[in-house]
Design a protein around this ligand. Structure first.
Ligand code: NOJ
Length: 580
């Protein structure tokens, strides 16, 4: 009997079958998020740009990236660092020009890396011409955004009260008054980010036109921002928007968490909008040929809602509804059964024929090395690469970049700036957005300028690409080796998947495929040494070979272990296969 069959036997874990039919290019893809402002500065202004990204595309190939998604590169006053777009059809001058963009796409095709852009459909900048037109009630734009006159203030006749108690994600009322129009507009994020009105068909069409514009320029799809916020409940017959109930989670009336967002988040119409966008990319491919163009959707929504994003029996939806559970459900205190539960939950919830995905980090979250601890960097990258489906990394995770402490005075993230010196650290996203660390020279090789828009991480002398290339067991090389196995091994691509907690601290993952080597990952997430038995007594003589080991392991590639009894050090992770 196959050793691994025995390992997991008796633990009553359902075997989850991973479709072995021919897969489309994206179904086993490694996706890498680039935060353009911080990736590579080509002109010494301390801000990353498109030429910088273009220059570094071969690096993406070197680390086995199939497709990169770029955070917004469009014209923007940068109130939310590009998530406030003033012109959806042009490039932010700090980042370059449309010509630079075309060059980037051309180079990406040469190198063999696909490119996705960030579509921000929920809102624009208040400096967008559409908003200005709407403010002035210009014909065709009157209801491009969500406007409401609010109510007289009984206590102060010169004041108006907002239409409802809704609160913005970045604190304070989600309604802002404009004298010009004598009305409030809705913004679920900053006041500089007015929400589009998705009940207006012209808005829906506008967004589709934006998609087509960029698809024509040669991109491979979109990451779509803030999808659950698209719709708000409709006002009643008297034009009244209902208040949202208190959540009971906090006493702070300005905090987003003060309310339960039952009227502004995950409204049922959202799902249909995602299906419509899918139609746009599918139609584009039908008409223009080429590989499948894909959608990645950002929604921190409950599992049952995310599953609807995939599509239903008759409609396709998002190819990749981001699975953020490695970020939101697990951290440095998680035990092996927590990993098992969280990962199997997604696998078991997925509708038949859909593809799993796993996101380790992004520009809104603390860095994975800081959430889980630096000693688990290799373990997590190895976990990501052996899970079935799509793996999503944020730039810098492959070299183990950590959060960078930034003083209140240097803080620029609007979410943090909306708090105060005492509270900003709990929410600041700047910590994970600092410049990418390329080498141990000036500005970590990110820029030649005298000042960078955010400070460089203090550890850049050790934690950088150039240095890590030189050490066999660096984070970078372990990541690359895991990626190679993922790319070049049929079992990683198509194999069945099983995951179990072997004890409180050790989990095991098995990938197996008929007539192919079985691969096992075993990892100790605890802080003490663990004696592990992978097999039953009858099979204790089975011998396995180390294919890859984490930095916390004394074992080397090719070392042999007895599956029936071996020791795992804290944070040690191994890829194993039966010894031939
Ligand atoms: C989600 C993005 O990831 C985040 O960075 C941004 O602030 C909000 N959406 C608003 O667009």
């Amino acid at each position: 009997m196959n050793l691994i069959g025995v390992v997991f036997l008796g633990l009553a874990v359902p075997s989850i079958f991973v479709n072995a039919a021919t897969k489309d290019w994206w179904e086993t893809a490694s996706i890498y998020q680039i935060y353009p402002r911080s990736f590579k500065d080509s002109n010494g202004d301390g801000i990353g740009d498109l030429k910088g990204i273009t220059e570094m595309l071969p690096y993406l190939k070197e680390i086995g990236v199939d497709v990169t998604w770029l955070s917004p590169i469009f014209k923007s006053p940068m109130a939310d660092f590009g998530y406030d777009i003033s012109d959806f059809f042009d490039i932010q001058p700090e980042y370059g020009t449309l010509q630079d963009f075309d060059n980037l796409i051309a180079r990406a095709k040469e190198v063999g890396v696909k490119v996705l852009l960030d579509l921000v459909p929920n809102h624009s900048s208040d400096e967008n011409e559409w908003f200005i037109k709407s403010l002035n009630k210009e014909q065709g734009y009157e209801s491009f955004y969500v406007w409401h006159p609010g109510y007289p203030d009984p206590k102060n006749s010169t004041n108006r009260l907002p239409p409802s108690n809704w609160i913005s994600e970045f604190r304070f009322s989600a309604w802002t008054w404009r004298e010009e129009r004598q009305e409030f507009y809705l913004h679920q994020f900053l006041y500089k980010q007015p929400d589009f009105n998705y009940r207006n068909p012209a808005v829906v069409q506008q967004m589709k036109d934006i998609m087509t514009f960029w698809l024509k320029r040669g991109i491979d799809g979109f990451r779509i921002d803030a999808v659950p916020h698209l719709f708000e409940v409709e006002p009643d017959r008297d034009g009244v928007y209902p208040d949202e109930p208190l959540s009971g989670e906090t006493d702070d009336p300005n905090s987003y968490n003060y309310l339960k967002h039952i009227y502004t988040f995950d409204q049922p119409e959202t799902i249909d909008m995602v299906y419509q966008w899918r139609q746009v990319v599918d139609d584009f491919q039908k008409q223009n040929g080429g590989d499948t163009r894909i959608l990645l959707t950002e929604a921190y929504s409950p599992l049952n809602v995310l599953m609807q994003y995939y599509g239903n029996a008759t409609m396709n939806g998002s190819h990749i509804p981001f699975n953020f559970h490695l970020i939101t459900e697990l951290n440095e205190t998680s035990k092996a059964p927590d990993f098992e539960r969280v990962i199997n939950e997604w696998m078991n919830a997925m509708p038949a024929g859909r593809t799993a995905n796993w996101v380790l980090g992004n520009h809104d979250q603390r860095r994975v090395a800081s959430r889980y601890g630096v000693e688990k960097i290799d373990l997590l990258n190895m976990l990501l690469m052996i899970l079935p489906g799509v793996a999503v990394n944020y730039n810098g995770e492959e070299i183990g970049m950590t959060d960078v402490w930034i003083s209140w005075n240097d803080t620029v993230d609007p979410e943090a700036c909306n708090t105060d010196p005492e509270h900003y650290e709990a929410v600041s996203r700047d910590v994970a957005r600092t410049p990418f660390q390329w080498d141990d020279g000036t500005d970590a090789g990110f820029s030649t300028g005298s000042h960078t828009w955010l400070p460089i991480g203090l550890n850049y002398k050790q934690v950088n690409v150039e240095t890590e290339r030189k050490y066999v067991r660096s984070y970078l090389n372990t990541y690359k080796r895991a990626k190679e196995l993922r790319h070049n091994t049929k079992t990683f691509q198509d194999g069945d998947f099983k995951m179990v907690a072997i004890n409180e601290n050790v989990f095991g993952i098995e990938r197996s495929l008929q007539n192919q080597d079985t691969f096992v990952m075993v990892a100790n997430v605890g802080s003490r040494l663990e004696r592990v038995n992978l097999g039953s007594l009858e099979n204790s003589l089975d011998v396995m070979e180390v294919v890859l080991s984490s930095d916390k392991s004394p074992r080397r590639i090719g070392d042999v272990i007895r599956a029936s009894e071996f020791i795992l050090l804290p944070n040690e992770a191994l890829y194993l296969r039966p010894k031939a």
